[in-house]
Design a protein around this ligand. Structure first.
Ligand code: TRP
Length: 451
């Protein structure tokens, strides 16, 4: 087996892990959730939950990964006693399957992003028919663009941790930031934008404890930090033993929140500019129309009202979305690829191509049965699988991993750990608090518990 990859610096890890975390979940999912869940109240709850629940679980994954320096299955198996090993295998495999299924729907949506971006380029070139094809929902378009997205994802992962994942994350993340900030600045100058800023920044505090809002915010925090499938565990396994894990984890959480908040400053004001320009965004009852397709209906309609500038803005916006999607999809594909190349000793290149092609077949099955499968797979993975696996990861770190090993692992890269706040709170936190809260949320999703 070839030597394992390792991120070449702390910054490289931060960019790669933030690249994973910052994705369609931040730029598409987050603003929609904010708009349909009481504006700033959702933002507030989401930030609190990210620190209280998502960050501790992120740390659990990073510790498990770096401790074993192995793929996700072996990371949980290695710390388990013979009796616990079967559960460890189930958890590891389940994570791999969930990561693959998340990629299978994510790549379809990412394909649409490419379509809208390329569509606006086609419009600039005067190719209106091509534009119409690229932006209209059809079997052929969905298949082709999804394939394009897989080719991009597979070719990055095939090159490995440093020459693939790290290289592309460090290139693309700064571009992403630049694009988002420029777009915010442009939208802010448009009439109507201020209304959006107000809605976004003035929380309706009466909704903060609304259970549905809390559950949605938790789901969002989980998905957004790429938790509950082993993505962060496998990235953690590529962190050097000299690096300070709690600090790296906190940085990634802050970047993830920061970009989500920025995305809100872009998309919410944009919606109100659209409203100002005559695009319908609310139905008679005052609810956001077509909330899932916001990005594909309201925003393109808005760009259309802006003439030539609108086309350019549209190209930039969908490039932003595509970049966000790629730095995330590579982290999903990395989970099964690391397993196949390490545990089965496959050459990484071959593993990336084979696994990527296999998951692409699942995407195609979803595309052919879109109505029946698309929403189903999203729900199955993000509402049920991820929180449940996140819960299991907590149990492994809190109850299975030896406390001394945990301390030794964390002390590498942060020698003063024992005296700090993190070590005082976190270990019992992942042991008791996180599992109980996750269990509560999980039972609520299954309708076994109502609050
Ligand atoms: N966090 C990414 C987003 O916000 C999506 C993502 C990447 C992900 N890897 C993951 C989600 C692993 C769940 C599990 O879009």
């Amino acid at each position: 087996m070839a030597a394992r990859g390792e991120f070449s610096s702390q910054t490289a890890f931060i960019l790669a892990a933030s690249g994973s975390a910052v994705g369609l979940g931040n730029i598409w999912g987050f603003p929609i959730q904010v708009a349909s869940n009481g504006g700033g109240a959702f933002v507030f709850t989401y930030i609190v939950l990210t620190f209280l629940l998502a960050y501790p679980i992120l740390m659990a994954e990073l510790v498990l990964g770096r401790h074993s320096k192995a793929d996700t299955v072996r990371s949980v198996v290695n710390i388990s006693s013979p009796k616990v090993k079967p559960f460890a295998y189930v958890t590891g495999y389940w994570g791999i399957i969930t990561a693959s299924l998340i990629l299978s729907f994510y790549a379809i949506v990412a394909g649409w992003m490419i379509g809208f971006g390329a569509g606006s380029v086609a419009e600039l070139a005067g190719l209106t028919e091509l534009k119409a094809w690229l932006t209209a929902f059809s079997l052929e378009r969905n298949l082709l663009l999804c394939l394009v997205f897989y080719v991009l994802t597979m070719s990055i992962v095939a090159n490995g941790v440093t020459a693939g994942i790290e290289k592309w994350s460090t290139r693309l993340m700064p571009i992403l930031l630049l694009l988002i900030v420029s777009l915010i600045a442009f939208i802010a100058t448009q009439p109507g934008a201020m209304e959006g800023w107000k809605v976004y920044l003035q929380p309706d505090f009466s909704r903060i404890l609304d259970p549905d809002l809390v559950i949605s915010a938790l789901g969002q925090a989980f998905f957004s930090l790429s938790l509950g499938v082993g993505t962060m565990m496998v990235y953690g396994s590529y962190i050097s033993k000299a690096d300070n894990l709690p600090r790296l984890g906190a940085t990634v959480a802050v970047v993830d929140i920061g970009i989500a908040v920025l995305a809100g400053l872009l998309v919410i004001p944009a919606m109100y500019v659209a409203l100002h320009n005559g695009v319908t965004i609310f139905d008679d009852a005052g609810a956001l129309i077509d909330s899932d397709r916001l990005i594909f209906t309201v925003l393109p309609a808005l760009f259309e009202t802006m003439g030539f500038a609108g086309i350019v803005i549209s190209v930039l916006f969908f490039i932003l979305m595509t970049i966000a999607a790629i730095t995330s999809s590579i982290s999903m594909l990395e989970v099964p690829v690391a397993y196949v190349s390490e545990s089965w000793s496959f050459d990484r290149r071959r593993a990336s191509m084979m696994v990527g092609a296999g998951i692409m077949m699942i995407s195609f099955i979803i595309i052919f049965n879109f109505e029946a499968l698309f929403g189903f797979v999203i729900n199955l993975t993000t509402r049920y699988s991820e929180p449940l696996i996140g819960l299991l990861f907590c149990l492994f770190v809190g109850w299975v991993m030896h406390r001394n090993h945990l301390l030794e692992e964390l002390k590498q890269g942060s020698p003063d750990l024992e005296n700090g706040l993190f070590w005082k709170i976190w270990p019992s936190y992942v042991r008791f608090v996180c599992p109980l809260v996750m269990l509560g949320v999980f039972m609520h999703s299954f309708g076994l518990l109502s609050f």
